[in-house]
Ligand binder design. Structure first.
Ligand code: GLU
Length: 489
């Protein structure tokens, strides 16, 4: 369909996916969805020395977890495949040969093999190996002689020596480079694989990519790509380079800022909706004030004029806050379901399996307090424990002694054992009256009870908690506290 928006996310499987990669994927996906276009995943696995097994699976899992679906690419296929560049080598070879025969590229025999860990960006930054290389100007005859004598060669693109290459970047505006500052970059490597530059241009053309949206660090590669498009006679796509992501100290984002591989956010108990919302704001905004914004609203409003030029700041504290906001918006059933895998992972085995029905009643009591789902076991453990193991001295509240504490416990135990209705208002009414009779303050009497029922000095509202725990559990705990306290005295 002419004019159709087709954008791609083109990860290299060289490590675990991080916030930077996924933000690029997200922006491309939002742009495709906003425009009713296609979102394509293409695996750029031509740098064989740097392949890290499992990284593509981790990337795709990360996208799935965030509900970022792709229309073409690994697993789903599509009309423009294969979507792994390592399966498209003949295409690149054919294009490289064409460029050589047109005089836009040449075999270079004097290039040094790069170190194995050299990556594309380092290569681009390094001074061209062809600074004093004569290969560009070899006659056909000389070339054939060298070619016969020496197997080891690369193909370099012959950059125009003068003139200017310009891009009208949809985010950054017009950017230009003097061609004389750009080296004769390699397009085919020693191993017969194309470099990123050739493969990206070939595939962006063949896959009919309409917009290339990628991180700003790729901007310096753009004039090379534009020159390749031109030499190959292809219409270039539109370019949009996304702002850098920095830490709050304005240094390049790293682990130090709390940014980790996407899988870590899953393990740490972030909700995908919260991480997605957070990442959307790394370079895009609805207006100056809205932070919490649904993915539908973002999709409806995702235009590139709302993408900032200036660097985005990754603020871990904001992510945590946002996660808490999203957790609070879950229904009790959703929260219970979200907590379950974390409880299964972290609760002592004797408390498993989790009683789902009970958990659904517990969840709302904790909703205000939990910021990450990996806190689930810690903040709910006392609901599941058969018996508390706390230090019984903790039962004694300020201004009380052992006797008054024991009387308080016994009085509460009587009340609770006799109660027919465990509804929290009823419990509060009954126990308030008992506390008054004992001439204890609310803080004292309820403090004793809280420790007896939970083993902790801090917990959600006491009576709502007792209602959720139910009569049997509550009575058995208070009874247990009485027994342990008496034995300890
Ligand atoms: N394979 C490159 C990367 O890993 C893609 C750059 C591009 O989108 O052109 O980021």
């Amino acid at each position: 369909m002419p004019g159709e928006v087709r954008v791609r996310f083109a990860p290299s499987p060289t490590g675990l996916p991080h916030i930077g990669n996924i933000r690029t994927a997200l922006f491309n996906w939002l742009f495709a969805r906003h425009n009713g276009g296609k979102f394509i995943v293409r695996v750029e696995d031509t740098d064989q020395a740097r392949l890290v097994p499992g990284s593509i699976e981790a990337m795709l899992d990360g996208l799935r977890w965030l509900n970022i679906d792709w229309d073409e690419g690994p697993e789903v296929g599509g009309d423009y495949g294969p979507y792994f560049q390592s399966e498209r080598l003949d295409i690149y070879q054919e294009m490289a040969d064409r460029l050589v025969s047109q005089g836009n590229a040449y075999h270079c025999y004097c290039s040094q093999k790069p170190p194995a860990d050299d990556d594309q960006r380092q290569r681009d930054r390094r001074v061209s190996a062809s600074a004093d290389c004569q290969c560009r100007d070899l006659s056909q005859e000389e070339g054939s002689k060298l070619s016969a004598a020496q197997e080891s060669k690369v193909i370099r693109f012959a950059m125009p020596k003068d003139g200017i290459t310009r891009v009208n970047d949809l985010i950054r505006g017009e950017v230009e480079w003097r061609n004389e500052t750009l080296n004769d970059f390699i397009i085919m490597k020693f191993d017969g694989f194309p470099t990123y530059h050739l493969a990206v241009v070939a595939d962006d053309h063949l896959m009919e990519i309409s917009h290339v949206m990628r991180a700003e660090e790729w901007l310096p590669s753009t004039p090379r790509h534009l020159q390749l498009f031109e030499a190959l006679g292809f219409e270039p796509p539109k370019f949009a380079h996304l702002p850098m992501i920095m830490g709050p100290d304005r240094a390049k984002l790293s682990k130090r800022h709390g940014a980790t591989a996407i899988g870590e956010y899953i393990v740490d108990g972030y909700l995908p909706e919260a991480l997605l919302n957070f990442m959307v704001l790394l370079g895009w905004s609805l207006d100056d004030k809205t932070d919490v914004v649904s993915s539908q609203t973002v999709t409806d409003n995702f235009t590139l004029d709302r993408v900032t030029k200036s660097s985005a700041i990754f603020d871990q504290k904001k992510l945590l806050w946002m996660n808490g906001m999203y957790i609070r918006e879950l229904t009790p059933d959703q929260l219970a379901a979200a907590m379950t895998p974390f409880l299964e992972r972290d609760l002592p085995k004797d408390m498993l399996p989790v009683d789902e029905e009970y958990l659904r009643r517990i969840a709302p009591l904790l909703q205000e307090r939990i910021k990450r789902l990996d806190e689930s076991a810690d903040i709910t453990e006392y609901f599941f424990r058969a018996n508390e193991t706390f230090n019984t001295d903790d039962l004694v509240q300020k201004g009380m002694d052992r006797d008054s504490t024991l009387s308080a416990l016994n009085a509460a135990l009587d009340d609770l054992s006799g109660a027919d209705d465990f509804q929290h208002e009823k419990l509060e009414e009954m126990l308030t009256a008992t506390g008054e009779k004992l001439e204890l303050s609310r803080r004292q009497f309820f403090g004793v009870l809280r420790v007896a029922a939970t083993g902790r000095a801090v917990s959600p509202p006491l009576f709502e908690m007792m209602e959720v725990m139910g009569k049997d559990r509550t009575v058995s705990r208070v009874n247990n506290a009485v027994e342990r306290f008496s034995a300890a005295g």
